[in-house]
Design a protein around this ligand. Structure first.
Ligand code: SF4
Length: 291
């Protein structure tokens, strides 16, 4: 049968996602018909479908238009929300459960502190990612940059500080820091990629270097999953899937050893289903790789 090697420690729910997930599950058991989410609790479609089946779903424009939200429960997503979203929820009378990952909260506080200390704050991340958007929302003048080119085009500042979306690729951030150093009289690098993300990237690289093919299981819109795909691709053919339904036996023709990595918001059940599928495939050829 096909040999499947899973990333040993950092695959599937990270601490921040576990915490948010557990809060949502607990809230779903309180008897309220609907528990609202400020946005996608986590970036994983099957997981969000599971929550919806339990009555936990995103607050919609229709809900807001219909009103009657006083006393209802809303969960602020793991990526965080800006201060306006919290104030708005309070003003509507929601009971607020904050499921922001504590690591993200710490980054938000660093952003505020840096701005209070007179720094122009830049956040390296994805302009449309809720975490980067929420973090920048805690500052008055902070902004997001996505590319080295944007960093190179910045003017010169007296005081400049950078932080990072917690799930960007470390190597990308290191390159950015080298550019930003040249853009200020006083530069502070306060970007810290989340430890789970860093370890998961390291494990994916090690795994991808020792197998014939990689399968990365995780949300299409999951930043940390996309980085796992990016770091695996230079080493071997890599598939990014959300669920086992996207796989066919033919995709693994001629393969005997497949690696499996998974994003921080991938459910254990989705990982287990992929492993079962892969292990049921007969190994086509003897392994070319040392065990
Ligand atoms: S990947 Fe890191 S920062 Fe993001 S939710 Fe998980 S623990 Fe928190």
């Amino acid at each position: 049968m096909m040999q499947v090697r899973r990333a040993p420690t950092y695959s599937g729910f990270c601490g921040g996602v576990k915490r948010a997930w557990n809060r949502a599950i607990k809230a779903s058991q309180t008897g309220e018909e609907t528990i609202y989410l400020s946005g996608k609790l986590i970036h994983n479609t099957p997981a969000m479908r599971e929550l919806a089946s339990l009555g936990v779903r995103e607050l919609s424009e229709t809900d807001i238009a219909e009103g009657n939200l006083e006393g209802r429960t809303i969960i602020m997503r793991a990526h965080g929300e800006g201060p306006v979203a919290f104030a708005d929820a309070e003003a509507r009378g929601f009971k607020v459960i904050d499921a922001t990952c504590p690591i993200v909260t710490a980054v938000q506080k660093i952003a505020v502190q840096l701005e209070n200390d007179g720094y122009q704050v830049v956040i390296f991340g994805h302009r449309n990612h809720p975490e980067a958007r929420a973090t920048v929302a805690y500052t008055d003048h902070g902004f997001i940059i996505e590319t080295l080119e944007e960093a190179q085009a910045l003017p010169h500042y007296e005081k400049l500080a950078s932080i990072a979306q917690t799930t960007v690729l470390q190597a990308d951030y290191v390159d950015l820091v080298e550019v930003l150093r040249t853009k200020a009289d006083h530069y502070e690098d306060r970007g810290r990629i989340c430890g789970w993300t860093l370890h998961a990237q390291d494990e994916a690289v090690a795994l991808a270097s020792s197998v014939e093919m990689m399968v990365v299981v995780g949300g299409r819109d999951s930043s940390n999953t996309i980085q796992l795909v990016r770091v695996s691709e230079p080493h071997c053919p890599t598939l990014h899937i959300e669920t086992v339904d996207e796989l066919t036996v033919e995709m693994f023709a001629g393969r005997s050893v497949v690696g499996l990595a998974a994003g921080a918001s991938t459910r254990e059940s989705d990982i287990a289903a992929v492993i079962s599928f892969l292990e049921a495939i007969p190994a086509a050829v003897p392994s070319l790789v040392e065990a």
